[in-house]
Design a protein around this ligand. Structure first.
Ligand code: ATP
Ligand code: MG
Length: 392
């Protein structure tokens, strides 16, 4: 997973230090420290941790940038050095690269340039096998309207509330996606813009198409116009998700109910966890059973598929045990029925876990994501407690 990066910024110029700290503080999974000019043992100022990236200002007073690059390379052999310089001539760039700089950032520093360079660095670390990729978790209802969008949005927002977890949420309901309504945001760009510019898909293009939501997750919206899905091909979806899992600890997908078209299948194939959502009604359970069987026939490992019940009500006519018998599977989780709170959160355009973190559904979602992240913690617990508070 994209581990936390340590960044050291070295400059004698106050404006560079404050500009860099303003930009860096917007990024998740990153710690930085500022150094007012060359000092030995920079690590001490960074909590004792060696920097992964050093942001070195060429304009540092009285400094010989080439000599300083050599010093830093010697002291922090593992670090990549990004040099900030106002001189964007090829001659200067070549000189800095030869001296050991791995990135060149023009001054004045543009936030997008610096962030893209940092995110590219994260991807290089994943590609080099130094850091593991993130996980893709997908929700698909066994019938329309069972709650995959509600559960996907709230699970993503619940993980995004945790410290040091980076989260993306992609609306893979390409024709009917309504996550932008649930998040009360109407992004200008959507997944279709990534697909139409697929030949140049990189961090910068990806970042341009996502929207940072106030619940701290990065959102990729479904096309505004359903006819746009013509331009979305399987290979586009694959590459977008491969990139997302290099950038985020968790990428959550909301897939259309029972629409196993090629792009949905591409999403499911890349998913680490597929949560098939049902409720306690016979048609939904029958569809869940058919969907699980179909996914297995398509070669998706059974270990990646889990059935979850939404809108669970105790003393329903069907019990969980009866559902398990009929599906020949254990139920992984049950999300409670919390209609009034959920509808009010949808109408406000805020995930319920953010709007009211102590609501019954929110508390249940916090436990659900814990189980998903650390299966050993809640091996036997599936979101329901009996009258004496014992897991059932
Ligand atoms: N746990 C719950 N308790 C009560 N009501 C719920 C719950 N989850 C979802 N709902 C209700 O069900 C409705 C449908 O939920 P949602 O839009 O998430 O379903 P969906 O499976 O994504 O549907 P679609 O097939 O249209 O995409 C919501 O508007 C909400 O009113
Ligand atoms: Mg939906």
């Amino acid at each position: 997973m994209p581990h936390k990066l340590n960044i050291l910024v070295e400059s004698t110029r106050k404006e560079i230090l404050s500009q860099a700290s303003e930009i860096l503080s917007t990024l998740p999974k990153l710690a930085f420290s500022l150094s007012n000019g060359p000092q030995l043992k920079q690590t001490a100022s960074n909590g004792g941790k060696s920097p992964d990236i050093i942001l070195l200002d060429e304009g540092t007073e009285g400094g010989d940038i080439v000599a300083r690059l050599h010093q830093l390379k010697e002291e922090f052999a593992q670090a990549s050095i990004f040099v900030i310089s106002p001189d964007i001539s090829p001659k200067n760039i070549v000189r800095l690269m030869k001296a050991g700089a791995s990135e060149f950032i023009s001054n004045p520093v543009k936030a997008d340039n610096l962030i893209d360079a940092i995110e590219e660095f994260r991807i290089r670390r994943v590609n080099a096998g130094k850091v593991a990729e993130g996980k893709i978790c997908t929700f698909i209802s066994s019938k329309g309207g069972l709650g995959s969008s509600v559960v996907a949005v709230n699970s993503a927002a619940a993980v995004a509330r945790q410290q040091n977890q980076s989260v993306a949420l992609c609306d893979m309901c390409l024709e009917t996606g309504d996550l932008s309504v649930m998040l009360d945001t109407m992004p200008e760009l959507t997944i279709v813009d990534l697909c139409r510019n697929f030949h140049r898909l990189d961090v910068s293009l990806f970042r341009g198409a996502i929207t940072r939501h106030k619940s701290a997750l990065d959102f990729l919206a479904a096309p505004h116009n359903p006819s746009d899905i013509r331009d979305i091909k399987v290979e586009h979806v694959q590459q977008i998700l491969v990139l997302a899992r290099k950038l985020y600890d968790y990428t959550f997908l909301d897939c259309p109910a029972m629409h196993l078209n090629d792009t949905t299948l591409a999403s499911l194939n890349l998913s680490n966890h597929i949560f098939v959502i049902t409720d306690l009604s016979v048609p939904a359970i029958r569809n869940a059973s058919r969907l699980c069987t179909h996914l297995e026939k398509l070669g998706i490992a059974n270990s990646r598929i889990e059935v979850v019940i939404n809108r669970y009500i105790k003393r329903s006519t069907l019990s969980i045990e009866e559902v398990e018998k009929s599906l020949k599977r254990t139920i992984y989780w049950a999300f409670p029925n919390d209609f009034a709170e959920i509808v009010s959160s949808i109408n406000r355009g805020l995930p319920l876990v953010q709007k009211n973190s102590s609501a019954m559904f929110s508390r249940n979602i916090f436990d659900f994501v814990k189980k998903m992240q650390k299966p050993d913690i809640y091996r036997d617990y599936r979101g329901i407690k009996g009258v004496f508070g014992k897991a059932i």
